[in-house]
Design a protein around this ligand. Sequence first.
Ligand SMILES: Nc1ncnc2c1ncn2[C@@H]1O[C@H](COP(=O)(O)OP(=O)(O)OP(=O)(O)O)[C@@H](O)[C@H]1O
Length: 604
Amino acid sequence: MTQRASTPLPIADSRAVRAVIWPLLRRHRGILAAALLALIAASVCGLAGPAAIGWITELIATGTDPVALLGPGALLLIAGLGQAGFGWLATVALSRGIQPGVATLREETVAAALTLPLASVEAGGTGDLVSRVSGDAEEVSEAASGAFVAFAGAGITIAITLAGLATLDWRFALAGALAIPVQAFALRRYLRVSGPIYAGGRRADGVRAGAILTAFSALPTVRAFGLGGRERARIAAASEASMTWEFSAVRTATIFYARLNLAEWIGLAAILSAGYLLVTTGEVPLGAAVTAALFFAGLFDPINTVLGVFGTLQRAAAGLARLVGVLTHPALSGDARDADAGDGDDATAEAASSRGHAIGLAARGLGFGYHESLAILSDLNLEVAPGEHLAIVGESGSGKSTLAAVIAGQRAATLGFAGPVLAGQPTDTPVPLVAQEGHVFAGSVAENLLIARPGATAEQLEAALMLVGARGWVSALPDGIYTRVGGGGFALTAERAQHLALARIALLDPPAVILDEATAEAGSDAARILDRAAEALLAGRTALVIAHRLDQAARADRVIVMEDGRIIEDGPHADLVAAGGRYASLWSAWSGSNGAAEPKPGHG
Ligand SMILES: Nc1ncnc2c1ncn2[C@@H]1O[C@H](COP(=O)(O)OP(=O)(O)OP(=O)(O)O)[C@@H](O)[C@H]1O
């Protein structure tokens, strides 16, 4: 709760990345070791091919009986089969060993992103977070199964081939080594130039994603004010910036490959010259010189692979640092990171286990502002006793939603404390907040509920729907609880979306809850249904209700009236009405226009 509101999303350093990646890989160390062995076996088989051809050349040059060619011929066949077989095994084992780790990382990052304080997400731009969990995650996942596997295989082939060259004659190895300075130069230049280019490219992608997202999320406003042209121009500018980075990346890669070709030419020329000299002086048989040249030629592919995937690996490393950055965000407790991806319902378990405990809500010396210079809440003090229902009333803009968001932990307090308390002391129990618009995710009704509690059984889902009185209309849907709703599915009214949001909370079963529901028209059927749902849901829980209709306030145990981010009245409905202050005049205006009879005080 001490986190400043303006911390941008961090990028993890290499130590933090290793600390996250290492345990993920260690879980699959058996299969990864098998992959390594298969890679070594495939590379050794790869060397047997050129060796067999050198052997054949030697036999032909010395005019041996053609039957003797059967030996190297058989070796050639076995080597080819062995290389293909072991290569396949290695690729399969490597991706089996790596992909689960990548999937876990991705899930953990998305889970962490969902629990980040809104302020942190907004500070970095929503586009930044979206591009991390989509583009960057994709990049890392593709690199793990493509580039990384190719890199490991090629690297081992190079090491074993160099050893093979040296075994033939150390001078071959020396001649081949002439290519290394050119390669090293090419690689150094490439890495120095391309690193910032790729990082810049990813940043530009983030800006572009942000521009598109902003335009779409504000679509009604954009249309209403004819801002389409302006938004298109903004997106076009962001796309062009991203494209410019892409061009630079292609140019850099082309120069890099040209330099690698030069290095190959130098190395092969040196080996052929060395072979010629060594054979003519009789120091090395012809077959060995042929084998050496073939070994070296066989290095082209793996060297190009190793150097060529560097770019991809670098890009993936940049993406990995951005992914892990989300996980290491200072606003996240250690729990999000340590939680096994398999059991995402930790928060649920915690909520359920603390049910029945005396969880209250409090704000103490609370200060908050969306911007440093402008305080929205200042020195606000509030105690909601365990089991108490408190209604917040106030004009639009008085800070009701802001106070709710800070107490729910969605926004970080700038000063003081706000949040759940146990025996008066701050505690970590999550306090869910039901926002004004219940969001319907594209998926079945069941999936929409399971968000709150991933492992819940069908009976638990039914019970939650029953508690809030939504079971009737849900079972009347074409496929009942399995009906697809949200984007592309069965359209739900705002009230039904809100009803589902309440059912989600029922499933979560938290000891304390905050409701900010406004949508239903006072006196309408929808309002009555949602009121009943809220009443059933809140029974036995501590609750903070942002009352948009005063009948909601009248049912609460206590009411606070807010004005300009401060509490100006605080007491039970009846007392505040009797006191004849701000609440009393609000109430008389409201009950006059809604013809409401004074409801029974208390929530029963
Ligand atoms: N995301 C935000 N960024 C900057 N300022 C904000 C943001 N959300 C709200 N505000 C400002 O904070 C102040 C309090 O707003 P808040 O939404 O908390 O009031 P409210 O009483 O809940 O109003 P309403 O009943 O209209 O929801 C207002 O001045 C509002 O303009």
